[in-house]
Design a protein around this ligand. Structure first.
Ligand SMILES: Cc1ncc(COP(=O)(O)O)c(C=O)c1O
Length: 391
């Protein structure tokens, strides 16, 4: 049998990984500033994470939510404290899309309404309503199309206010990524986020912060929304939450009361996923990873802003994007093949940097050296420098 061929894959086969590095089948190291779409938060195979998983496997690996599992309560306690939301409630599931699907469903149950406001260039996952809420025509099958979604321009406060004054009574939820990931690292304005909060309060709608990519410490605060000093009613999480072990979840405000059997999942909250996520939180605390994300992020952004070839360097913490002039081919490929640095992209001319939160200074420098070399060797920039010299 063959694999169902739906992925564009790099010409790279990995065999092992440790910290900020992955190794190919010839044991060649690559500096991983992408973490398989922002998943690696505490570094590949962190020894504490490995030991926690092994030790959990020796006790109990799986049971469903038809019994009590103490480790789920341990995770809820720890997460509530580290996220600064002790009064919130935790619902566990398995992925980012599932988290958003449940968040939207819960908002609709809670409000009795059925419209969802979402924004241009957003991505919320590939399941039914999460996909409809995202701005991704290419992945949307006819069956996924929904007339429940009102899509508005990102960061357009006036359009948002107009939409609520026209349809506010029908709006169950507003879902937003405070920093768009797949959309190219676009940061929501604090004023836009506080307007969402105010309008949701005024019209009785639920504010969902999709923190699947930007949350769990990546931006230098636990939730990216925290930078705006605004609170959501539901936070969706996944990716960095398990450092590679599949786990997702919702933090749900105390105003939203649980109703038996409204939400559910067979695998969500299994003991292995809880152990992985506890290990992530323990390492984040012990190694002050949110501070490190802030410091290394500021260092990288300052250095990137000094490179004249790059445009519009943006982001927060270790979620960084920048534009290349659209004509430039091959920088990402050169970084990978010549300098053995893995980065992400968003469209043709955006590079995304999503390294582990314990990125070391020497590795941040190594990336900058590789990038400077790749830029200076690139034909497009050589030509531009020559043209400038002749002008
Ligand atoms: C912001 C955001 N939400 C949701 C998802 C979907 O997560 P998953 O692929 O785990 O379903 C992603 C994945 O890239 C994402 O970036």
């Amino acid at each position: 049998m063959k694999l169902f061929d739906v992925y564009t894959r790099l010409n790279l086969e990995l065999e092992s990984a440790r910290g900020s590095y992955v190794y190919d089948t010839h044991n060649k190291p690559y500096l991983d500033l992408y973490g398989g779409h922002a998943v690696i938060s505490i570094g590949h195979n962190h020894p504490h994470w490995v030991n926690r998983l092994l030790s959990q496997m020796g006790k109990i690996s799986y049971y469903s939510n038809s019994v009590r599992l103490k480790i789920q309560d341990e995770l809820a306690q720890k997460l509530g404290r580290v996220a600064g939301r002790d009064t919130f409630q935790l619902f566990l599931c398995n992925s980012g899309a599932e988290a958003n699907e449940n968040a939207l469903k819960l908002a609709s149950f809670h409000t009795g309404k059925s419209k969802v406001v979402s924004f241009s260039s957003s991505f919320h996952g590939r399941t039914s309503l999460a996909l409809a809420a995202g701005d991704c025509e290419a992945y949307t099958a006819p069956v996924n199309k929904s007339d429940r979604i009102i899509r508005l321009p990102f960061n357009d406060t006036d359009a948002l206010a107009r939409c609520f004054s026209d349809s506010g009574k029908d709006i169950a939820a507003v879902i937003i990524e405070p920093i768009q990931g797949v959309g190219g690292i676009r940061v929501a304005e604090p004023e836009f986020l506080s307007t969402i909060r105010n309008l949701c309060d005024e019209y009785g709608s639920v504010f969902i912060s999709d923190e699947v990519q930007c949350g769990f410490g990546r931006s230098g605060k636990f939730f990216a929304l925290d930078h705006a000093g605004v609170d959501a009613d539901i936070y969706s999480m996944a990716k960095g939450m398990g450092n590679g072990f599949p786990v997702g979840g919702l933090l749900i405000s105390p105003q939203i009361k649980p109703v038996m059997n409204q939400l559910g999942t067979t695998f969500g909250g299994n003991p292995m996923a809880c152990a992985a996520s506890l290990a992530v939180l323990e390492v984040m605390e012990a190694e002050n990873l949110m501070d490190n994300a802030r410091q290394k992020g500021d260092y990288l952004m300052d250095a990137l802003r000094q490179m004249p070839e790059l445009e519009n360097v943006r982001g927060k913490g270790l979620m960084i994007g920048f534009d290349l002039p659209s004509e430039v081919p091959g920088i990402k490929k050169d970084l990978r093949e010549k300098y053995r640095v893995l980065t992400g992209e968003a469209g043709n001319n955006v590079i995304r940097i999503l390294p582990p939160l314990n990125l070391e200074q020497k590795d941040a420098e190594k990336f900058l050296i590789g990038l400077r070399s790749a830029l200076s060797e690139n034909k497009f920039f050589k030509k531009t420098v020559k043209q400038k010299a002749h002008a």
